[in-house]
Design a protein around this ligand. Sequence first.
Ligand code: ADP
Length: 329
Amino acid sequence: MPRTIETRVTEEDKKIETSLRPQTLSSYIGQSQIKEGVSIAIEAAKARGEALDHVLLYGPPGLGKTTLAGILSNEMGTHLKVTSGPAIEKSAEMAAILNSLQEGDLLFIDEIHRLNRQVEEVLYPAMEDFCIDVIIGKDSSSSSRSVRLPLPHFTLVGATTRAGLLTAPLRDRFGLIYKLEFYTVPELTQIIMASADKLEVTISLDGAKELARRSRGTPRLANRILKRVRDYAQVRYDGAITGEIAVEALDMMAVDRLGLDHVDRNILSTIIKKFDGGPVGLDTLAAATGEDPGTIEDVYEPYLVLNGFINRTPKGRVATDNAYRHMGL
Ligand code: ADP
């Protein structure tokens, strides 16, 4: 069993995630404002017999953006096509994807901020007027001309870890923009109970709460922790997860009582010990911790800021009193 819980997405996650993903809006736990907004939009679009407006979902990884895209297509009763920003390199590839869609289909583009400029430009007329501009003839020859081809009315669902990285023309073309929030402990407890049910794992309410407290507000992590603790309970005990077994297993896996893992703690102790508590710039912090700046900013920092361990100031990141206390310094 690995000693720590990985915060990034692994191949193994992808497999179990597919089986644990809720399929309907009513089984999607938490994010109540988003659910209310999308259920109204779905009902209205259905009543008008139109495709759903384009949706932009942003927030840290593992909070349910892909899951929500799947639910939107289920609820609308349409096909879902999934791709990602880095996977589409040429504008012709984007045109081909758009061309393959049927009326009402939902196209999910994960990491949409990573689309290159030429590819992104194909999306503008597609999103706004449901058409693509195709150049006929050689690019530079005088006989080449541009033709507009109509597309079916589709819905684009874009996901990004940071909406700030999107260009304004792209962002402006989304009718519905939602920020996903970290989940509360009661919400995560519910998610863990539902996942345990699907995985046929016996877990007490105390056990589920303990796991929830240590899941960094993130359903992906909650599911991952549940699987690890299940293994522990199976090898060391009779397989059922109680509160005590959960504490024992999580302590062994070095997930602390607030869910901070070794990377979170490394970030905090680096700011405190190497930079006297800060302020320290993102790139310097990344170099000192050996982490990628983008990963710190998207994955680790939002939770540390939310829990009052780090303040972001114009001069850089500063560790709070709370961080010193939590690290026992
Ligand atoms: P993202 O696309 O934001 O990185 P995902 O949609 O892949 O996150 O979610 C990761 C996992 O967390 C999913 O497989 C799903 O099992 C679980 N999950 C996410 N959001 C919810 C939710 N609201 N209710 C229940 N489970 C959820």
